[in-house]
Design a binder for this molecule. Sequence first.
Ligand code: BTN
Length: 245
Amino acid sequence: IGKRIEYMEQCASTQIVAHQLAQEGAPDGTVVIAELQTEGRGRLMRKWDSAKGQGIWMSIILRPDVPPHKAPQFTLVAAVAIVRAIQSVTGLQASIKWPNDILFGTKKATGILTELQSDADGIQALIIGIGVNVNQEREDFDAGVQDIATSLRLESGELVNRRELVQEILHFLEIYTELYIEKGFAPLKILWEGHSATIGKAVRARMSRETLEGIAEGITEDGVLQLRTADGKLHGIYSADIELK
Ligand code: BTN
């Protein structure tokens, strides 16, 4: 991972650039990084604040030989890699809120957006978008997110070297995707659960059609969240916004 790195001062979104490169045949492990994104995007069509030079805005093209329903597992693999990289560079211990938020306490420092290029033959490419708030001060965040967003600088009290952090993220992502290819998701599930802020907690899961409340009991081998509601039923959650209660 990272043998080919496309570095840009500015782009609309590294996701868009990575999709384009993937369609043109860019190899597995190609990385797109920008200093500034003018149209950074988050999950569920949300905007992702990507101010100049303060964070890591990057997208990684992977071409794993797995069926499309396994794609969400890569979000969880990436989350583990990022938590380990943050720990290695800053000593900070972050936690993961299912599926893709990396938190300090209840505040979000990193988001992951996994998108798929697939056809009848299966996955052509996975585009893993990673946004890490690195050196923002509180005032650098939009007023609307100041209470729910944080940065590594705010958490550690020090400026963090972004280049070093990118290297560590790519390093751990390589280690964990190799582990995944060799041994499947099981060992990564254990690592993920070790960093989870969700498992065992009372949560509210907002989905497009309904909202469920209950205890997050765990994740399945496919990375699906299992939520036990008060009536004792176990629900598999494939995609939702999770609120810790
Ligand atoms: C989320 O938490 O909703 C996911 C946020 C993902 C943001 C990153 S920044 C790099 C890449 N390019 C984008 O436009 N989005 C992802």
